[in-house]
Design a protein around this ligand. Structure first.
Ligand code: CA
Length: 445
């Protein structure tokens, strides 16, 4: 199955409204979205839910109430666990069956509206969790403008390394330190050495940064030794989230050669709690931009007609920064970047296929990061490294404040939405995190 198997249906109908009044015109979660997540009502255990306006539909309760028919029931059973891994493993047909049925029962005029007690919860009263037990996390480098900007800091004349346009660059990240939105981020300490320092020192990072990324949830996955062909890669993507790949540039800069990112990355990654499905994003698929003249031809395993035609997305991404001072003074967060998933050089299917091309197995609930998604314009840079030109040019925030890198008390929030004429706009919710001061450094006794 390829992308042509993600048809538009009545769940995308722009005229469909919900009896959940807050869903109609909701910036993120109108009835056309229906993302999946793991939530706890106050004082209760985690369970699977679907976001609808300002409410969350409890899938197990909906099944007990008889709202969900047999065709959707097996998927709900697997979604009732403490994590959505089994649900992700069950694949597209179960996901679609639930989506169709949930869309129907939440539609205006459906009799379910008369009996919603215990099935819907106010989202503001609930706690959100990581949707899956994340076995492995891999971070790619598919945002070409970020790769150019970051490369230009070190190699102004030759910013892209020779492999970039042939192979999706990535590294194995750390899953244990992935947190759900709202979890504070402790400033890491580590070994660092600026180019003009004679010897390394150990201490709190002075160059803490964010990275604007899209997260990709793996669905069924593959058996060890059996690569996923590009034509089938879309079947192994369960959904998408927002991802902030917090980065300590000073720790990273000293440690990364020759083996790549390690402690400068592994201290924290934040993600948004709602998994937006490929079905919800179907109206917002676009062609992958044509490769610029002079780019090398791809090896055949990375080429698929369907993927080139429908494998990219038109999702607008924004980064907001609120400093401790602006919070105290009651000023709103400032938007410091506006970008789009259109700026990815590789499609998410190419990332999946390349990752498995050596036989490496991807498992349900694994998470991929696309890499920082910067726009080609100065107002769309997805990291402070790029915004401040490596720390040389401070970002003026007004009111006497500026930033080269993040300071304690800063809160970074990423949001995203998909818009297209003739369709209802859907959003991803948000991923936010506030920087806490470094904890005391433990010395040897
Ligand atoms: Ca990254």
């Amino acid at each position: 199955m390829g992308y042509s198997s993600v048809p538009l249906d009545h769940t995308h109908d722009p005229h469909r409204r919900s009896w959940v009044a807050s869903a109609n015109g909701h910036a993120d979660f109108p009835i056309q979205n229906l993302p999946f997540g793991l939530f706890s009502p106050a004082g209760e255990s985690p369970r699977a839910g679907v976001a609808i306006g300002d409410e969350i539909l409890d899938l197990a309760a909906a099944r007990q109430a008889g709202w969900l028919t047999a065709d959707a029931a097996p998927g709900i059973a697997t979604a009732g666990q403490r994590a959505l891994n089994d649900f992700m493993a069950s694949g597209a047909s179960q996901r679609r069956a639930i989506r169709l049925r949930v869309s129907e029962v939440l539609s205006e005029g459906h009799p379910a509206s008369r009996d919603a007690a215990g099935v819907l919860h106010r989202a503001a009263d609930c706690i959100m969790h990581l949707p899956a037990a994340i076995g492995d996390y891999t971070d790619f480098y598919a945002g070409i403008h970020h790769a150019m900007n970051a490369g230009a800091l070190f190699r102004p004349d030759n910013p892209l390394l020779p492999n970039y346009k042939h192979i999706p660059i990535g590294y194995h990240g750390r899953s244990s330190s992935i947190s759900v939105s709202g979890t504070p981020v402790r400033r890491p300490s580590g070994q660092q050495k600026a180019p003009d320092e004679a010897m390394p020192s150990f201490g709190p990072s002075r160059r803490l940064d964010f990275e604007l990324e899209l997260g990709v949830w793996i669905g069924p996955g593959n058996t060890l030794g059996q690569p996923i062909a590009l034509a089938n890669a879309a079947d192994h993507i369960a959904g998408f989230c927002l991802l902030n790949d917090w980065s300590a540039r000073d720790i990273q800069g000293w440690e990364y050669q020759p083996l790549g990112p390690f402690l400068g990355k592994s201290f924290a990654t934040s993600i948004s709690p709602w998994m937006v499905t490929p079905e919800a994003l179907a109206p917002f698929r676009v062609a992958q931009p044509p490769r610029p003249d002079g780019d090398p031809a791809l090896l055949p395993y990375l080429v698929d007609q369907d993927d080139q035609q429908f494998g990219a997305f038109d999702v607008e991404l924004e980064v907001l920064l609120q400093t401790a001072q602006s919070r105290r003074e009651g000023r709103a967060p400032q938007r410091i970047a506006l970008s789009s998933t259109r700026h990815l050089y590789w499609t998410v299917a190419q990332l999946v296929t390349h990752h498995s091309s050596n036989g490496c197995n991807l498992r349900p609930g694994d998470l991929l990061g696309t890499g920082t998604i910067s726009a080609p314009t100065p107002d769309g840079l997805g990291s402070l490294l790029e915004i401040s030109h490596g720390g040389r040019v401070p970002l003026d925030l007004g009111a006497g404040e500026s930033r080269r890198f993040l300071e304690d008390g800063d809160e970074v929030c990423i949001r995203a939405r998909a818009c297209r004429t003739g369709y209802v706009t859907i959003g991803f919710g948000e991923v936010r995190g506030t920087v806490l001061p470094a904890s005391g450094i433990v010395h040897n006794p």
